[in-house]
Design a protein around this ligand. Structure first.
Ligand code: SF4
Ligand code: SF4
Length: 287
């Protein structure tokens, strides 16, 4: 991995640069290998801002062309991220091809991925070779009994696992992912969704494990109950609960407090998303 890259220019990992450095999410990864009870990727709405939503899926061979257009409109982009709308590592072929293509033209960009971790371990070496600097692993529980309440199923190859067994397999892969990423010197964020009544009492334990594994930062994200999911009727966590968890978690591992829960086709500074301006370009290239 290029050591020369200035990692401080990632606006999510460094709040100080969030007003001057931007990111683009390339929506090249539609599929997923697990089902979280809070996730619904069926909606495709330009007005909805949350992970899993994109206006179109970008083919990997159009990624450079798209980035060229993005940079004409928003030259402050310093980070190219792949955040779905599914799981980038469940779509490893598409994700890696995208980074390979972009890396040829833009080797100095910071590259960032987010994943549930299930299919991440086998790709860590290649991601490091390609200069991926930042990876987010979403880990909502470190106890499979709790994980079983969050994940409907986990698929490895053609086998689908449910309940505690699925959650245990997922957890093992997540822990291994973080270890391997840190061994390669990659900056790691652990995302954890705060799900009241399900894992809120357990998230400090997650922070503890993240810290032990050397994760650089944790992002405790409030549940956004989404229609047509098992968690649709749940309450969002209160501000007081979020604040309390971040304060306690912050004693163990630094906390991100400025996450915007971006779309899978987000573009621009965190405070001024410009994805709607790029929708025509994205749609044209997706055809
Ligand atoms: Fe949705 Fe991500 Fe969970 Fe997959 S890992 S089901 S894309 S939230
Ligand atoms: Fe950054 Fe949060 Fe947006 Fe991801 S969802 S790009 S961590 S602000």
């Amino acid at each position: 991995m290029s050591e020369a890259k200035d990692r401080s220019k990632h606006p999510c990992f460094n709040k100080e640069t969030s007003g001057s450095c931007g990111r683009v999410h390339l929506p090249v990864a539609p599929g997923c290998n697990i089902q979280c009870n809070y996730c619904n990727r069926k909606y495709d709405c330009v007005n909805e801002s949350r992970p899993g939503v994109t206006s179109a899926i970008l083919p990997p061979d159009k990624a450079v062309e798209y980035l060229d257009e993005v940079l004409k409109k928003e030259p402050r982009i310093t980070v190219v991220g792949i955040a779905g709308p599914g799981d980038p590592m469940a779509e490893a072929k598409r994700t890696i091809e995208t980074i390979e293509r972009i890396n040829e033209k833009y080797p100095d960009m910071l590259y960032c991925l987010s994943s549930n971790g299930l299919a991440l371990p086998e790709h860590v070496d290649r991601l490091a070779e390609l200069g991926v600097t930042h990876v987010t692993v979403t880990m909502n529980a470190v106890d499979p009994e709790i994980g079983a309440k969050i994940y409907s199923w986990v698929r490895v190859g053609k086998v689908v696992y449910r309940g505690v067994e699925g959650a245990r397999i997922l957890l093992e892969r997540q822990l291994e992912s973080i270890r391997l990423l840190k061994a390669k010197g990659i900056t790691v964020k652990v995302n954890s969704i705060i799900i009241p009544g399900v894992n809120d009492h357990h998230l400090i334990e997650v922070a503890k494990v993240a810290a032990e594994l050397g994760a650089d930062i944790q992002n405790l994200i409030p549940l956004h109950p989404t229609a047509d999911t098992p968690f649709a009727g749940m309450e969002e966590p209160t501000k007081a609960l979020i604040h309390e968890l971040r304060a306690k978690g912050g004693e163990l591992v630094p906390q991100m407090t400025h996450c915007k829960r971006c779309r899978a086709d987000a573009v621009g500074l965190l405070c001024s998303d410009r994805s709607s301006e790029l929708i025509p370009t994205l749609n044209k290239l997706a055809c």
